[in-house]
Design a protein. Structure first.
Length: 363
């Protein structure tokens, strides 16, 4: 069965580490000690509490998170966080959004229902091909927080370092580059990620929240949209996505034990991305990258191929060669290779060789 698995370059839900899937398969009918599968046991059982604890503690270890922060698992993916964070922290006031692309814009539009979501900088006129220089965003002195999107999944651009929030709480949508490299978490008041890009299956977001922020949460929010309720109940106010959290525990264990942490993951990720960008840069314009080189994402490599016809042929021949999911997002077209943590180096080498051969025969 595994021999039919393609190299899956889809942006999300995305490829998962094979050892994780194999482990889950082994434990699918009976989670050790539980007498049933993870899907069939109480979320208040000791077995599941162990899984939840491990998922949290692995993420804390990987990111070097202190007890000043809570790690939460919330329903509704990253999109729900767009609204939830605004309900908890915007509350009719003003916040600054750095508009780097499709996802930043969606976050800003959702927040606008709860107050003034200002665009402090926009890359729209440049077709979202870069992130801003540190001094470019024009922040408002009244802003309740500054929101940015560390990696724009659709355009394929990524910040080299965090923007300067000038002392305001820094909020980050890190859905498509969560745990791809070490970060200084103390710079963040809130960081969230939809699970299905880099840490597990879809439907859940991982939220890292500095606990002092909880003092600002207003009374009377709906319980599942209230960070205080989620924190006080250790993400167990209602039945969470237990199987998703179980897979998150396995992926984070794989990152910690098999990869050896985020420094090592970052080295591998940079190496994978470099292989593809080198082909693009050496192609004499046959492959054309979307992102400005300094802002290139190491997670989503976006590019165009030759003519429209050649691009179509590229995608269909790639698929036939077991390289799937390379079509760009419907809103921008072109091609996109999503090379998250779980994409093996082998997969990227195969794609690189395919690109070289395709140009040799079509260029
Ligand atoms: C995929 C993605 C989202 C949306 O995630 P959902 O879990 O589908 O809500 C938000 N932000 C970024 C950066 C993404 O890549």
């Amino acid at each position: 069965m595994t021999s039919n698995r393609v190299f899956n370059f889809s942006a999300g839900p995305a490829t998962l580490p094979l050892p994780v899937l194999e482990q889950a398969q082994k434990e699918l009918l009976c989670y050790p000690g539980a007498g049933a599968s993870v899907m069939e046991i109480s979320h208040r059982s000791d077995a599941f509490k162990g899984i939840l604890e491990e998922a949290k503690s692995n993420i804390k270890t990987l990111l070097g998170i202190s007890d000043e922060y809570a790690v939460l698992f919330t329903p509704g993916g990253a999109t729900m966080q767009f609204s939830m964070l605004a309900m908890n922290f915007l509350k009719g006031a003003t916040a600054d959004y750095i508009n780097t692309g499709s996802w930043a814009k969606k976050a800003m539009q959702a927040a606008a229902r709860c107050g003034t979501a200002r665009s402090a900088w926009s890359g729209q006129e440049e077709k979202f091909n870069r992130t801003p220089q540190p001094e470019e965003p024009e922040l408002s002195p009244e802003a309740a927080y500054v929101h940015f999107t560390s990696n724009e999944t659709i355009e394929g651009i990524q910040y080299a370092t965090e923007p300067d929030a000038k002392g305001k709480p820094l909020f980050c949508d890190s859905s498509s580059d969560f745990l791809c490299r070490p970060i200084d978490i103390s710079k963040y008041a809130l960081l969230y990620a939809g699970a299905q890009k880099n840490i597990g299956p879809s439907g859940t977001a991982v939220v890292v929240l500095r606990k002092d922020m909880l003092e600002q949460v207003p009374d009377g929010l709906h319980p599942l949209l209230d960070y205080k309720v989620m924190e006080e109940n250790d993400s167990l106010y209602n039945t969470p996505a237990t199987f998703t959290i179980y897979i998150i525990s396995l992926v984070s264990r794989w990152l910690l034990k098999e990869i050896g942490g985020l420094e090592k993951m970052h080295v591998i990720n940079k190496h994978k991305a470099k292989m593809l960008y080198e082909v693009i840069d050496a192609s004499g314009g046959f492959y054309r990258g979307h992102a400005q080189p300094a802002c290139r994402s190491i997670m989503n490599v976006t590019f165009r191929v030759g003519t429209e016809e050649q691009e179509k042929a590229f995608l269909s021949q790639a698929k036939a060669a077991g390289l799937d999911g390379l079509k760009g997002h419907r809103s921008v077209g072109g091609c996109r290779a999503s090379i998250y943590n779980a994409m093996p180096v082998d997969g990227v080498m195969t794609l690189r060789d395919f690109m070289l051969e395709f140009q040799r025969t079509n260029g």
